[in-house]
Write a protein that binds this ligand. Structure first.
Ligand code: PPY
Length: 327
């Protein structure tokens, strides 16, 4: 096993490769991964499988794009592979170029290699510029370009701008993404059950199923958060897959599981949902502090609990009169 100078073994992190992908740029932002062993893999399931099997200590996976929305394969993998925890999130700006083997002209491009998420983000440009093109899916943005040198099935590839540093390609068009401000959110996933310390700017992710055939069940799920003053930054449904019409919900809530209001909301979800999975509490990539109403602060929850404990212990209710809280 590889060793550092002080003989501590290097940790291994799996990422969607090969080198030069946006996922690698996200991994480069993970402080504990710097200087460690990076393992390039071909898909999200392989990266998470490495973590579960102990081949890697962590994995970085794309989870959401500002144009395309949730990366469903990553959401489904997290919801169905037990033993994983999210310990961090990172943002990477994504933009794309169209590249080809040297000498290819744009008007000769008939078939394009592209990662499906990248392809979806360039579809306006592709449809306007190459209206009759075909698409071959690639495992990653860099694999799309490298495949140009393995087969001639495609004439061009959608790739990150840095591709020119590693491959001998012509750039046929730059900035072909439909939105120049596109951002992808990546998760750092590990096997640890140790929850990162709260920072005041945290996020909690979970997956919850609804009780079947109950009117208002989704509203009731949302109420678990709203009645504790917890904002949700994401809620997305994904089919469970066993039959039509059954969904699980992927939820990101503002705050940390050690915040009383978040813990109380999780207890509510646990009581209500037939299938709930805690995915982790971790610092937000934008470091923006969570804003919440004073009546949902930790002190107010603790005060209410003390009051109840006192009543159960036979204390009089009079001494614990609390200052009134508006709202
Ligand atoms: O990491 C990459 O480069 C990928 O191929 C996955 C991807 C696809 C589109 C946007 C961000 C990440």
């Amino acid at each position: 096993m590889a060793q550092t100078r002080d003989t501590a073994p290097l940790r291994t992190y799996s990422y969607l490769g090969p080198r030069g992908t946006f996922t690698e740029a996200a991994l480069a932002q993970v402080p504990e991964a710097v200087g460690q062993n990076w393992r390039s893999v071909n898909n999200v399931g392989e990266a998470l499988g490495d973590v579960i099997a102990g081949r890697s200590d962590g994995a970085v996976i794309a989870i959401e794009n500002s144009i395309e929305g949730g990366v469903s394969v990553a959401q489904d993998a997290l919801a169905t592979m037990p033993g994983l925890r999210i310990v961090g999130e990172y943002l990477v700006s994504v933009n794309f170029v169209l590249v080809a083997r040297r000498g290819t002209r744009l008007e000769d491009v008939k078939v394009v290699n592209a990662h499906p998420v990248a392809y979806a983000q360039c579809h306006q440009w592709m449809d306007a510029t190459l209206p009759d093109h075909g698409h071959i899916p690639a495992t990653s943005n860099v694999a799309a370009a490298s495949a140009l040198f393995e087969t001639e099935l495609a004439d061009a590839a959608i790739a990150p701008p840095g591709i020119v540093d590693s491959y001998d390609v012509d750039v046929l068009a730059e900035a072909i993404g439909d939105n120049p401000n596109a951002v992808t959110r990546f998760l750092h996933v590990s096997r640890t059950t140790r929850i990162p310390e709260p920072t005041g700017a945290d996020k909690t992710s979970l997956v919850a199923e609804l009780p079947v055939d109950r009117a208002g069940a989704l509203l009731e799920l949302l109420q678990q958060f709203s009645t504790r003053g917890v904002n949700m930054s994401l809620i997305e449904s994904r089919p469970i897959g066993d039959e039509l019409g059954r969904y699980r919900f992927i939820i990101d809530a503002d705050g940390h599981i050690s915040d009383e209001r978040v813990a109380d909301a999780l207890l509510g979800v646990r009581r209500f949902s037939p299938g709930v999975m805690f995915l982790g509490s971790y610092p937000r990539a934008d470091k923006s502090p969570i804003v919440f109403d004073e009546k949902y602060s930790d002190d107010v929850f603790a005060d209410a609990r003390d009051w109840l404990r006192g009543l159960l212990a036979g204390e009089s209710d009079v001494s614990s009169a609390q200052p009134s809280r508006a709202g």
